[in-house]
Every structure is written in structure tokens, then in C-alpha cells.
Design a protein around this ligand. Structure first.
Ligand code: 5GP
Length: 211
């Protein structure tokens, strides 16, 4: 079936739990390649360079922008984030699915360049739940929390630019829904042109099997 891997782009407002859902998905689909982004933000406690992000400084980041090294990049809050292009391309060509967990600005850039990607938007079940999750992190000031909540609310306007909506009411269920989406996408006729061409050619070559 599908020759090239699938580019899966997951976004959603801050507090929707997209990171946890993506991690759950990767735990049970270990053949999927997670793209590690580059960022100018400082590492949080426990984050590892090369695993969570490639942490870098603004000059190196801009250097890579100038070289055309990013599939997309964006300024999110006060930092830059970008998806290194080559590693994504290499994995897709190898037939591996590649998962990008990126913000909406980045996802829209990818959609312009790569419309055969699968664009998934993760939302919390209610806004109340979103608020609880943002506050629950306990890492930010009240002002920062309000800023995050407002921007999460506004980000909901972009749902219609995506192909699929996944409600994160339960991490395992949300991850299973992503799996179902990927299975369905891989069965799409337009993703299997080479396969059905070969299927038809096979019959023409060997019609004698009817005796
Ligand atoms: P955080 O700093 O909390 O890890 O991430 C902040 C936001 O940046 C999240 O919405 C996350 O999805 C987004 N993000 C992470 N990596 C990338 C990237 O490579 N490109 C873009 N556009 N957004 C990213």
C-alpha cells in the first residue's frame, strides 16, 4: 500500500494536551518518526537537547532560516520554533510516517507546501477543562496564564483549516482516534495510485490463471 510515509501534523491550543496525546500515539506506534523541532527557548527542567528539542540561539536559528533549512518556522509566544526540513523528507521517502507537533502558524505553512499532509486539531472537551489544564501546570504567572488562555480561545477559530478534529477527553481514546485517522488516510484511493496500477497490470500479465 501507500509508498511514501504520511506527514501527520498535529496542533491544538495550549492546554489541549496535544503533547501527551502524541506521546501516547508514539508509544503504541513506534515506527512513526517524531520530528524534533529546533527552538530558541531555554530548556525546561528535565528537557533533553536532541530529544525534546534542539535548543539553539537566535543567530543559529536565523542562519538556518536563511539557508532554507526549515519546512516551517514560527514565533510562538516569545521564542522561535522550527521543523528541520531534511530529516522529515528523508523519513517520508523511506516510507516512514512523520509526526509534527507544531503550532497553528507552522501547520498552515506546511499545508501550503505539502497539502497531502494530514492535519489534525486536538481540542479539550470543554473550555473549563482547558482552563484547569493551563492553571494545573503551575509554571506561569497569572498574567501569562491569562495570555495563554486568550490565545488558546482564539486558536479555536482555525479548526476549519484542518482535516480532522480530535477531542482529548481521554488520552488513550484520543490516540486511538488518531490511529483510526491514519489507517483511513492510508486506504484513500488517491494515496494508492501506484498500488492499484500494479494490481491491474498483474491481472493483464497473467490472465491465464483462470485456466
Ligand atoms: P513549548 O514551548 O510549550 O514546548 O511549545 C510551545 C508551542 O510551540 C506549542 O504549541 C508547540 O506545538 C509549538 N511548537 C513546537 N515545535 C514547533 C515547531 O517546530 N514549529 C512550530 N511552528 N511550532 C512548534
Amino acid at each position: 500500500m501507500g509508498e511514501k510515509g504520511l506527514l501527520i501534523v498535529v496542533s491544538g491550543p495550549s492546554g489541549a494536551g496535544k503533547g501527551t496525546v502524541c506521546q501516547e500515539y508514539l508509544n503504541s506506534n513506534s515506527e512513526t518518526f517524531l520530528s524534533v523541532s529546533m527552538t530558541t527557548r531555554l530548556p525546561r527542567r528535565g528537557e533533553i537537547d536532541g530529544v525534546d528539542y534542539y535548543f539553539t540561539d537566535i543567530d543559529s536559528f536565523k542562519g538556518l532560516v536563511d539557508e532554507g533549512g526549515f519546512l516551517e518556522y514560527a514565533r510562538v509566544y516569545d521564542n522561535y520554533y522550527g521543523t528541520p526540513k531534511n530529516i522529515v523528507r528523508e523519513n517520508l521517502l523511506k516510507g516512514k510516517d512523520v509526526l509534527l507537533e507544531i503550532d497553528i502558524q507552522g501547520a498552515l505553512q506546511v499545508k501550503e507546501r505539502f497539502e497531502e499532509g494530514v492535519f489534525i486539531f486536538i481540542v479539550p472537551p470543554t473550555m473549563e477543562e482547558l482552563k484547569n489544564r493551563i492553571v494545573g501546570r503551575g509554571t506561569e504567572t497569572a498574567e501569562e496564564l491569562l495570555k495563554r488562555f486568550k490565545s488558546s480561545y482564539e486558536e479555536l477559530n482555525f479548526i476549519t483549516r484542518y482535516n480532522y478534529l480530535v477531542v482529548n477527553d481521554n488520552v488513550k481514546d484520543a490516540s486511538d482516534r488518531i490511529k483510526s485517522i491514519i489507517i483511513a488516510e492510508k486506504c484513500r484511493v488517491d494515496r494508492n495510485k501506484n498500488f492499484y496500477r500494479r494490481l491491474r497490470e498483474g491481472v493483464c500479465d497473467d490472465i491465464s490463471f483462470f485456466g
